[in-house]
Write a protein that binds this ligand. Structure first.
Ligand SMILES: [Zn+2]
Length: 327
């Protein structure tokens, strides 16, 4: 995982493993929507607030905070389907006055994001940071009618792709109940994507009648989701918080992964390497573990040995550009 900006700033994060998982889950639904998956860039935004956005430039941003709020793979896929629905319907984010004057800003942001993706993270990050684009995005919103449209477009695509729309409804319902009892409005996502009970009930009917409604997440996806959450916590949270969330009594793979990352971030390099090596003993062909090992050794000041680990990661996954850049 690599952050494109200092940790304090909102920034894009790149993680080949998380990106591969999200792309794999999303592709059938995007295709079913008539979008070309390879043309949609799904960006991970290092921001603990719950937010996501889509631009007409075919760029979708998911905040790490939103991903962490999803309880199942199907909920995360549901949010992605909804955002893709905005792209498919060519919706435009607007400010409170309902004008589309923010488009040039969003286009610049999109260019920055693309520059970051093209392997020039500094150029991209500078563009992204200079105008606090992501903060501004929180103030923009779609029209209520567009929310309904994105919901239905997302739900139909999920059904055609053989996926349940249950997570899409569940995710919104969770926050609808918070909105009633507390203050979910503080979540930027629900300022830009206003919720209403009418909207949720309009979505629930078609979703529940769909033939794939009863489909459940596979064991593999549940494991991948747990891994995504563990890596985000590990890299983005304070190490103490990660170690509290994943105590040593938890011997699952995600927990051991998260602890290794937390130790690495905490400067406990020997312990981190021990953790990664134990995972590698079980999964010697896992390129992402070799990537992490390379990262730990490199920052410890042993570039030659780091090179060997990164080389191994590239050999195992030659088509992954980020691993190659690390190497
Ligand atoms: Zn929306």
């Amino acid at each position: 995982m690599a952050a494109a900006l200092p940790a304090s700033a909102q920034s894009l994060i790149r993680d080949t493993e998380i990106e591969a998982i999200i792309d794999e889950w999303s592709a059938p639904t995007l295709t079913a929507m008539g979008l070309e998956p390879s043309e949609i860039e799904i960006l991970l935004v290092n921001d603990e607030s719950l937010n996501a956005f889509a631009t007409r430039g075919r760029i979708m941003g998911l905040n790490t905070g939103l991903i962490l709020q999803t309880k199942t793979p199907n909920q995360l896929l549901g949010v992605i389907a909804h955002e893709a629905g905005h792209i498919k319907n060519r919706h435009t984010l607007r400010d409170g006055a309902q004008n589309a004057g923010m488009q040039p800003m969003i286009m610049t942001m999109a260019l920055g994001a693309l520059a970051a993706l093209a392997g020039a993270p500094d150029a991209g990050a500078a563009l992204l940071a200079s105008s606090q684009y992501f903060g501004t995005l929180g103030a923009l919103r779609y029209m209520q009618s567009q929310e309904g449209e994105a919901d239905i477009t997302g739900a139909r695509a999920l059904e055609r792709a053989g996926e349940s729309g249950r997570g899409l409804v569940e995710f919104f319902e969770n926050f609808r109940s918070q909105e009633v009892f507390s203050d979910a409005r503080r979540f930027p996502y629900f300022r830009s994507h206003p919720l209403s009970s009418q909207r949720i009930s309009a979505l629930r009917g078609p979703v529940e009648r769909a033939s794939h409604y009863g489909n459940t997440d596979s064991e593999e996806r549940i494991a991948q989701h747990a891994l995504v959450l563990a890596k985000i916590h590990g890299f983005m949270d304070h190490p103490n918080n990660t170690l509290r969330l994943y105590p040593s009594s938890d011997t699952s793979l995600p927990a051991r992964y998260a602890r290794a990352i937390a130790w690495y971030k905490d400067g406990q390099t020997a312990k981190a390497l021990e953790g990664v090596d134990a995972l590698l003993a079980e999964q010697p062909e896992n390129p992402y573990l070799w990537e992490l090992k390379g990262q730990i050794i490199f920052e410890e000041g042993r570039p030659a040995e780091a090179l060997d680990a990164h080389k191994k990661a590239v050999e195992l996954m030659p088509e992954a550009p980020l691993l190659r850049i690390n190497y």
